[in-house]
Design a protein around this ligand. Structure first.
Ligand code: HEC
Ligand code: HEC
Length: 263
């Protein structure tokens, strides 16, 4: 009995012990990881590490830690959670085989993942529900959250947010006192000094169809708007998608409960 058990464990582990498949790794990297780390492991921004020529063993160890949560990073925890042990071995073998990055080199964004259809919601102050406020002590900012009628009604009814939903936030710098600490009003929220930018997410029929499943948030697209209501250039939508991805049971919305409770 004991022997049989040992044998079945050995059999179950066997596929993992097989040689990694860098070609399968290349395909996964090209569709998903490339959005941030570049197709050959040279990343798209200073905040994202190059993986080209990194040792395979180190990459697998990091991916395991990111999957089980012992290494914390909201974006990579969401990505690693979707990788099998085999995927990890394959992508690690692929990255390890790439030539190291030239100093200062950067990859471009993946066009199909960066594409967004969200437009500035003109007139939101008159037609949207303002449903929530959050202070951000670390950045000394306060955010005001707005939702259009379609989104607010669905949330109130406990239904998934349908196509046509728009969620929108004004991001303000807080007014600071002489010690450079945010000044709070009688309601406990920071007093607004000035508008910095806006963030938005919206759904539309078929939106997201060109986004790979590991990043796709149903039919949500994301955008950041400058104070003159223009889409901010260079936003990597992959980051928005990855971080909101684990909230699939909440229509990908962090503040869904607050929206459902809004009058
Ligand atoms: C939305 C952007 C994004 C995508 C897509 C993405 N990553 Fe990452 N990745 C990051 C960021 C940001 C970090 C840095 C995390 C940190 O600071 O701890 C990172 C870190 C890592 C690390 C740790 C590197 C180190 O030096 O310790 C590995 C390994 C990794 N990613 C692998 C992958 C693989 C494999 C994929 C595709 C399946 C992938 N990533 C997709 C953004 C992304
Ligand atoms: C590191 C994780 C992370 C990333 C990356 C991220 N978000 Fe979010 N997002 C959050 C969290 C947490 C909240 C809840 C409240 C808050 O922090 O504003 C949120 C809230 C929002 C909301 C209000 C609706 C909701 O889900 O509660 C919008 C709109 C939004 N994010 C847009 C974006 C856009 C656009 C991007 C990409 C430019 C983005 N987010 C990237 C974590 C993230």
């Amino acid at each position: 009995m004991k022997r049989l058990f040992g044998l079945s464990v050995a059999l179950a582990l066997m596929p993992l012990a097989q040689a990694a498949d860098p070609e399968a790794g290349r395909v996964k990297v090209a569709t998903v990881c490339a959005a941030c780390h570049g197709a050959a492991g040279v990343s798209v921004s200073d905040a994202i590490p190059n993986l080209a020529a990194q040792r395979a063993g180190y990459l697998v160890t990091q991916l395991k830690a990111l999957k089980d949560g012992t290494r914390k990073n909201a974006i990579m925890n969401a990505i690693a959670a979707q990788l099998s042990a085999e995927d990890m071995a394959n992508v690690a073998a692929y990255f390890a085989a790439q030539p190291g990055a030239q100093a200062g080199a950067r990859s471009g964004l993946l066009p199909n993942v960066a594409l967004t259809r969200v437009n500035f919601p003109e007139g939101y102050k008159d037609t949207f529900t303002r449903y929530h406020t959050i202070n951000f002590p670390a950045t000394k900012q306060v955010r005001y959250y707005f939702a259009n009628k379609v989104a607010a009604q669905a949330a109130r009814d406990g239904k998934p947010l349908p196509d046509g939903s728009v969620l929108f936030a004004e991001v303000h710098a807080a007014k600071l006192d002489a010690q450079k600490n945010p000044v709070s009003g009688a309601d406990g929220f920071y007093v607004v000094e000035k508008l910095l930018f806006y963030t938005a997410m919206a759904t539309g029929a078929g939106w997201g169809s060109e986004i790979p499943d590991m990043l796709r948030n149903g039919s949500w697209n994301y955008a950041v708007f400058t104070t003159d209501k223009q889409r901010r250039a260079g936003v990597n939508q992959a980051e928005c998608l990855a971080c909101h991805k684990p909230l699939d049971k909440e229509s990908y919305v962090f503040t869904l409960k607050q929206l459902a409770g809004a009058k």
